[in-house]
Design a protein around this ligand. Sequence first.
Ligand code: ZN
Length: 247
Amino acid sequence: MNDTVSLIVLDQQDYKENDALIYTLGKEKGFLTFQAKGLRKMESKNAYACQPFSFSQFRYDEREGSGFQLLHEAILIESNRPLRENLVKSTVASVLSETVLFMSRDGLDMEGSHELYALLEVLYKELKENERPHLVLAFFYARIADLLGFSPMVDGCAVCASKKVDSISISDGGFICPDCRAEIQSPVYPSDILKQFRYLAKAGLGNFDVLAGSVDITRDVVEIYRDFLIEHAGLRLKSWAFLEKVL
Ligand SMILES: [Zn+2]
């Protein structure tokens, strides 16, 4: 029987002589990996719809319990071409893909998959239309931290709950007050950094435009949130090395 799924192509990897493995996030089905036979031959009609960052529709026969599905036909819905043609944008999009694939390894429930799908839709659009890679990365990391249950404490000191804060501790999980800062020898952070961090932690996906219009997200905050995911979620990405070079 024929199954059809709307999905986002996350990544593509050479497989056997002429085939490729296509890693995807399906709108209704969560993570799916497809074997695309003959994809690397010049005349493959499925090639465009299998390019990373495309929104596509795949037709296949569902094989239960199998590691990957056999692709019959791939139809391109939206190519998101600007994401592949600009070095910074393609690198940021690769970081998003690799993170999503990292999350697929531990399994994610359907609700989580739906949220990830919606998150990628919003951030691909932003990435295509504007030049705000730090905003995209920081907002993405913040929502990933939420999804994984590691949201930082930003309503007061993460150690003693005091409302007066002037620092951030990755290992303690959020804002830090002057007293605790002295004890754990954490640096003082500028108020602008604290504000960005708090806004990011508080914003839901539906508030993306409001957040984008009210704070300028800087590289420092991207790195703080990245370190948060390294420390609490064990996130390690190959694409970070290249990101360091281009951004
Ligand atoms: Zn404290």
